[in-house]
Design a protein around this ligand. Structure first.
Ligand code: SF4
Length: 467
């Protein structure tokens, strides 16, 4: 599974020229949210200038790019594609020249009704240059802007968008940020010396020496200009629908999301996992890195010794599909290897964040058995994933998800574990400490916070009113 994007925007007082350098650092901190392309747009007092490139942040920018983008204000983006190809045309920020200026736009999320909106715009002779839903948002905004002011245009556009979005726009010397009325994607505000930063996660605020002051509220619009901030609530909804997977997997453990430090949430998930599913074992260890904090919580609560059993190769990156069973097993060993001395003859608990297709879990269990484990118990810090995500997480189809049509006992046998247990949804929500009705839990329940053709929807979260 992959998060699809990270965004950041900065405004300093006019006499600064540090926005691009700070954005570079912020995007570096958000790299886990997207590794396919990166880009920065700045306003230099006269015009908007943009640099984009494919790959990780250090690959996407040439040595002099950041110096050439000297400015007090700008936005940036790291991308992993969900809607649209992985190509430079789809890299963001997306830049569009319109009648009164230049719009630069960075989007994290996924529109469910992108195709429908695009067809409507194309029928009005609007020309698209990419296949991304971000361009649909930009074109809709420009269309509204020809009739109204910026705030009214955004307000009108939000009425039409169905899906998840945390958006940053650069229009002249203003950074304009808004979060969808359900707050599905994270977005937070930090104070800097002489300015403000808005970013997907607070870890991006930390790296530039800022202080996270609060989240952008669901349905809120925030404007940064000349190092000052102004906020306005556009829409209200009785409940939010924060993506619960951000808290347990996607966000960095040092990030504060929706006022919760993800590290602490994950420790508590590990503790609850033990309370719900204890086991007698000699050692507990994670599938690194995603299971690490859960395993610490599990070991802490149980008193079982925490001892590393698997080591991750930090340089393996994404493994491509290799033909043949032997080569596929080699591909897993490229990423992970066992510490045999820690495992041999022992009963072990392996803790991981989730099981998607089940194939990696099976290979890990086999690897641990081959290292001499006497018993292998698997504990998972999320409930079974039974349904896909339509809201911005790149996930396999329902058919490919192992838990979509199999019982836990069947999966336990398929991955060759002595026991397999998942945390309950109630236990997970209690561990994070946000009310159940303020989460999207679509991939665990098959019930989503927005209307998606062919899927069930939680009506309670749909109720959105103008502020
Ligand atoms: S369906 Fe799952 S991954 Fe997608 S937004 Fe909802 S909780 Fe997050």
């Amino acid at each position: 599974m992959q998060e699809e994007c990270g965004v950041a925007g900065i405004s300093f007082k006019e006499n600064s020229n540090n926005a691009a350098a700070s954005l570079y650092c912020a995007l570096f901190a958000l790299q886990h949210r997207g590794q396919e392309s990166a880009g920065i747009s700045i306003y230099d007092g006269t015009t908007t200038r943009t640099k984009k490139g494919m790959g990780l942040v250090p690959q996407a920018f040439r040595k002099n790019d950041i110096n050439e983008l000297s400015s007090a204000v700008g936005i940036g983006h790291v991308r992993y594609s969900t809607t649209g190809d992985s190509s430079i045309e789809n890299a963001q920020p997306l830049v569009i020249n319109y009648k009164d200026g230049i719009l630069s736009l960075a989007h994290n999320g996924n529109l469910v009704n992108s195709q429908e909106l695009r067809s409507g715009l194309e029928a009005e002779q609007r020309i698209f240059h990419s296949d991304s839903d971000t361009e649909v948002i930009a074109q809709l905004f420009i269309k509204e802007l020809s009739k109204k002011d910026i705030i009214s245009s955004i307000k009108e556009m939000v009425r039409m968008l169905v899906g998840s979005y945390a958006i940053l726009m650069l229009i002249g010397d203003r950074v304009i940020a808004f979060r969808d009325p359900l707050g599905i994607k994270p977005l937070c505000i930090g104070k800097l010396e002489g300015g403000y930063i808005i970013a997907s996660e607070s870890c991006a605020i930390d790296v530039v020496g800022g202080t996270c002051i609060r989240d952008v509220k669901p349905g809120e619009l925030v404007i940064l200009k000349n190092g000052a901030m102004e906020a306005r609530q556009l829409y209200n909804s009785k409940h939010s629908a924060h993506c619960i997977f951000e808290h347990i997997y996607f966000a960095r453990a040092d990030s504060i999301l929706d006022s919760k430090l993800t590290y602490q949430s994950r420790i508590r998930v590990g503790e609850t996992l033990y309370d719900e599913h204890p086991v007698n074992a000699d050692i507990a260890f994670p599938v690194p890195d995603s299971g690490t904090t859960f395993a610490i919580g599990y070991a802490h609560r149980s008193g079982i010794q925490y001892l590393e059993g698997l080591i991750k190769n930090r340089y393996s990156g994404r493994t491509f599909i290799m033909p043949g069973q032997n080569m596929r097993e080699a591909a897993v060993r490229l990423k992970l290897n066992t510490i045999k001395q820690n495992i041999k003859g022992k009963s072990v608990v392996i803790v991981d964040d989730s099981i998607v297709r089940g194939t990696t879990s099976r290979r890990i269990v086999d690897m641990v058995r081959a290292a001499g484990a006497r018993e292998v118990h698997v504990r998972i810090g999320s409930p079974p994933i039974i349904a896909p995500c339509y809201l911005g997480i790149n996930m396999p189809t329902r058919h490919e998800l192992i838990a979509s049509d199999k019982t836990i006992r069947t999966i336990e046998a398929l991955i060759n574990a002595d026991s397999l247990r998942y945390i309950s949804l109630e236990g997970l929500i209690k561990s994070i400490g946000i009310p159940a009705e303020d989460f999207c839990t679509g991939c665990f329940t098959g019930v989503y916070p927005v209307e998606i053709p062919g899927e069930q929807c939680t009506r309670a979260q749909l109720k959105i009113t103008e502020f």
